[in-house]
Write a protein that binds this ligand. Structure first.
Ligand code: GRF
Length: 193
C-alpha cells in the first residue's frame, strides 16, 4: 500500500510512521513521499533520515485552504505517485471537494481530541480549557466537513489532577504516535495493493 504523508509542522507523527515502517510495524504500508506546504516545516527533515523523498509543494494562492492553482499542483503531483492512502499528519490547511473527490476514500486525518468533541484548531487547548477529564486523539476519513468524516479509531487520554497543559499535550502526542501507525498498518492489511 503506497502512502503519501502531507504535513505543515514538526512532523513528529510522520517520524512515528517512518519509525514503525523501519521496525516492521507498518503492515504492508510503504511511505513513498512526504509533502509539506511550508518550506521551513520540520516534517521535511524526517524523510531523508529514512530514505523517503520529502519536498515542499507550493500551495498558493490561499493561506488556509488548498484550492485553485495550489490544489491543481497537489493533485497532479500526488496522482503521479499513485497512492493508496494519503495521510494528513498536521497538514494545517482545509482540503476542498475537488481534491477529496479525486482521492475519494483514500485520505485520513489525525486530530488531537476525541471527535466529535473539539474539532477545528487547537483541539488540545480546547479540551484543556473545557476541563474534560478524558480526551484523546482520533484518526478519521476526510470529507468536506472539517474534522467530520467517519471515525476509524481513537485512543483516550485521561487528564490527571497533577497534569499541566504541557504534560497533557505530551500525553496526547504520545497517543497519536501509537494510534496513527497502528491505523495505517490495519488499513494496509485490508488493502489489496
Ligand atoms: C498533531 O497534534 C495532529 O493531531 C494535529 O497536528 C499535530 C501535528 O504534529 N493535526 P506533528 O507535526 O506530527 O508533530
Amino acid at each position: 500500500m503506497r502512502v503519501v504523508i502531507l504535513g505543515s509542522g514538526t512532523g513528529s507523527n510522520a517520524r512515528a510512521i517512518l519509525q514503525a515502517q523501519r521496525d516492521g510495524q507498518l503492515g504492508r504500508a510503504e511511505v513513498v513521499q512526504i509533502i509539506a506546504d511550508k518550506t521551513e516545516a520540520g516534517i521535511l527533515q524526517h524523510g531523508p533520515d529514512f530514505g523517503v523523498p520529502a519536498r515542499y509543494l507550493d500551495p498558493a494562492p490561499f493561506k488556509t485552504k488548498l484550492e485553485g492553482a495550489g490544489e491543481d499542483r497537489y493533485i497532479e503531483f500526488i496522482e503521479g505517485l499513485t497512492p493508496d492512502l494519503i495521510v494528513l499528519a498536521g497538514f494545517m490547511r482545509v482540503i476542498k471537494p475537488r481534491f477529496i473527490n479525486r482521492f475519494a476514500g483514500k485520505i485520513i486525518n489525525l486530530h488531537p481530541s476525541l471527535l466529535p468533541s473539539f474539532p477545528g484548531l487547537d483541539g488540545i487547548g480546547q479540551a484543556w480549557r473545557r476541563g474534560v477529564k478524558i480526551s484523546g486523539c482520533t484518526v478519521h476519513y476526510v470529507t468536506a466537513e472539517v474534522d467530520g468524516g467517519p471515525i476509524i479509531d481513537q485512543e483516550p487520554v485521561r487528564i490527571e489532577p497533577d497534569d499541566t497543559l504541557p504534560s497533557f499535550a505530551m500525553k496526547i502526542h504520545a497517543a497519536e504516535h501509537r494510534l496513527l501507525p497502528q491505523v495505517i498498518a490495519r488499513l494496509s492489511e485490508a488493502c489489496g495493493d
